[in-house]
Design a protein around this ligand. Structure first.
Ligand code: DC
Length: 229
């Protein structure tokens, strides 16, 4: 497999995009870029700076201080993937909690934030040999990607996966209902925002993994890659 391509993986939250993206990147020797982590890091920045008014992020304050946000990734050889850094601090764990999850979709709807992060994503993927996951990779970031996947799964199944993941990590208690509501609300916000809403690109291949094992999903996608390279 000599030819390096761009693989864009979009879809709803908690559809296992990052799991399959990491598997593929490892197998192909590609870079993996988790773009959701970038939006989460910006949301964390806003919370750290206390840019809140009546419990909502104040867009104006965040936009004014966007130049102070430095996001980069560093490869962690123990984990086998790159972790996200906010202003030189590893925030890989902090960004996955419920607090950031409940603010991130609003932050991701701010055009100025998207403009900054899309430019960074295009830079990270400019040499190809990249697997990038997010919501607008196949439609906005890399509309010419050679392989575009669109991942879906039932909301209850996604909430259950996310709940199990959070239960094993988070110190504060979360209920399944809270996680389910967060998943459904993020779907709604991601699909209905004005700038780069979550839509399936015309040439994307839809994969519903509600009833697919990780292994079967990986095999299926690897076969799609093999057809191209
Ligand atoms: O994939 P994730 O759940 O970590 O993404 C977090 C949020 O960021 C999600 O609500 C949608 C947003 N996002 C986006 O708008 N565009 C992307 N390319 C990636 C994520």
């Amino acid at each position: 497999m000599k030819l390096k391509i761009t693989i864009a993986i979009d879809g709803f939250s908690s559809t296992g995009k990052s799991t399959v993206a990491k598997q593929l990147a490892k197998h192909l020797g590609y870079i993996y870029v988790d773009t959701g982590a970038m939006y989460r890091a910006v949301a964390l920045f806003a919370l750290q700076q206390n840019f809140l008014v009546n419990g909502e992020i104040n867009n104006h304050d965040l936009i004014e201080h966007l130049d102070d946000v430095i996001i980069d990734f560093k490869y962690n050889p123990q984990l086998g993937f790159s972790e996200v850094y906010l202003n030189r601090v590893n925030v890989e764990h902090k960004i996955r909690g419920m607090e950031v999850s409940s603010y991130v979709s609003k932050v991701a709807s701010i055009s100025e934030v998207r403009k900054k992060l899309v430019a960074l994503q295009q830079e990270l993927g400019k040499s190809k040999g990249v697997v990038m996951d997010g919501r607008d990779i196949g439609t906005v970031v890399f509309p010419n990607a050679e392989l575009k996947l669109f991942m879906t799964a039932d909301a209850e199944i996604r909430a259950k996966r996310r709940f199990d993941e959070l239960k094993s990590k988070e110190t504060i208690q979360v209920t399944y209902e809270e996680v389910y509501r967060n998943v459904v609300e993020r779907d709604r916000l991601d699909r209905t925002r004005a700038d780069s809403p979550l839509v399936k690109a015309n040439d994307a291949i839809e994969i519903d993994n509600s009833n697919l094992s990780r292994e079967d999903q990986f095999e299926k996608i690897l076969n799609l890659v093999k057809k191209i390279v």
